[in-house]
Ligand binder design. Structure first.
Ligand code: PLP
Length: 376
């Protein structure tokens, strides 16, 4: 929460929920990453928040961009990034999209299996590829599970094929799971990476790069360590497993770069009980799972919520969104403690909502418009 955001909301006249993002916070976050990992290039994960102002600021600051689609590549280019600062980091790409990215000048691609290597070799001849390895995501509040990456034991074969097909077998990547609260989770992945480097070196292929992925947390309700602590833990793990031959490294922060820069202002639409002896109140907001708060799925991400009544006693509430879909409940298994004096019509501020909100918002489900976003 910043004074600039509060000031903006005081003067806002439009109705409906909105997300306000303060670029000064993004600038400070970028500086923290640069300081915490001084020898590591930053590839901002565009999907976390692709607002043109965010991309333009990061491009000016010298950031590179991790893109998952041709549209994201075009957004990064439009923001002022040259193609050599863009990676096509999705392991699941149509061959014609790889071709389009290649035409746009992109030369760095993620793969995690032989079929994808074959596509890249045909559509982007001579490009650099890195192989994504599976990582179990333990310790992450938003794990990325098994969808991306191959077992470390398979990575040498994938990269050897790339080499044989005329691509540059450039390195490895992994993602320790989003909102990763344990800075030591990079250690095991780096151990596997060092093993793959060694195995390929014995076959005459020298990898250059380790992509450390995203996962850096933002502050929600539970305390998280500063990015500095993550930088230190990662550096120690690199030393432990690569000795004095530390490879080139990159990171792809998304949430950690923009999460704490955004605040959602929403309104209480209704407060009710389901029966006379109901122990919890139901509080319905004008924002829910379909217009910005999708990450409350399974109650995984718990956002801090501020109200004008925060000095009053609190009681457990079920918090729900406004749509007529019963999955549109934010917190119920673990009720949310809200002030007893909270009223219908009151505004609430939901903090830490700069990442994975605006673009997770459905277009017009139940007639609710997509989440409005202001970048200041
Ligand atoms: C989503 C994603 C990221 C960003 O992850 P955060 O946890 O938000 O930092 C980084 N890299 C890849 C490949 C991704 O898919």
């Amino acid at each position: 929460m910043t004074n600039r955001i509060l000031e903006f909301l005081r003067n806002r006249r439009e109705d409906g929920p909105c997300m306000v993002l303060d670029l000064d916070v993004v600038r400070a976050n970028y500086a923290s990453f640069a300081r915490a990992l001084p020898d590591t290039r930053v590839f901002y994960a565009v999907k976390a928040n692709p607002a043109p102002e965010v991309l333009a600021l990061l491009a000016r600051l010298g950031s590179c961009f991790d893109c998952a689609s041709v549209v994201e590549i075009e957004q990064a280019l439009a923001a002022g990034a040259s193609p050599d600062r863009i990676s096509f980091g999705n392991t699941i790409k149509k061959e014609r999209d790889i071709l389009r990215a290649f035409e746009l000048g992109v030369r760095l691609y993620a793969v995690d299996c032989e079929a994808e290597v074959e596509k890249v070799a045909r559509a982007a001849p001579g490009a650099k590829v890195f192989c994504r390895m599976l990582c179990d995501g333990a310790g992450a509040e938003w794990p990325l599970s098994r969808k991306f990456g191959c077992a470390p034991a398979m990575a040498p074969r994938v990269l050897e094929l790339a080499h044989r097909l005329g691509l540059e077998a450039h390195g490895l990547s992994f993602h320790v799971g989003s909102q990763q609260r344990n800075p030591r989770m990079w250690n095991l992945a780096l151990k596997s990476a060092a093993g793959v480097f060694k195995e390929l070196a014995e076959r005459g292929i020298s990898l250059q790069m380790v992509n450390l992925g995203g996962g850096f947390p933002t502050q929600y309700l539970k305390r998280v360590s500063a990015v500095r602590t993550y930088g230190d833990a990662i550096f120690r793990a690199l030393r432990r497993h690569f000795g004095n031959r530390i490879p080139e490294t990159i990171v792809e922060p998304g949430r950690g770069m923009v999460g704490n820069a955004g605040v959602i202002e929403a309104e209480v639409v209704l407060i009710s009980k389901k029966s006379d002896d109901d122990q919890v109140k139901w509080v319905y907001l004008d924002i829910g799972k379909f217009n910005g708060l999708a990450e409350t799925m399974d109650e995984m991400i718990r956002y801090p919520i501020r109200t004008d009544f925060d000095s009053d006693p609190r009681e457990p509430c079920v918090l729900a969104g406004p749509t007529c879909d019963s999955v549109d409940v934010l917190y119920e298994k673990e009720p949310y403690w809200l002030p007893v004096s909270l009223e219908i019509g009151a505004k609430v501020l939901i903090e830490g909502t700069g990442a994975y909100t605006t673009t997770y918002s459905a277009v017009g489900f139940n007639g609710f418009p997509p989440l409005k976003s202001y970048v200041i």
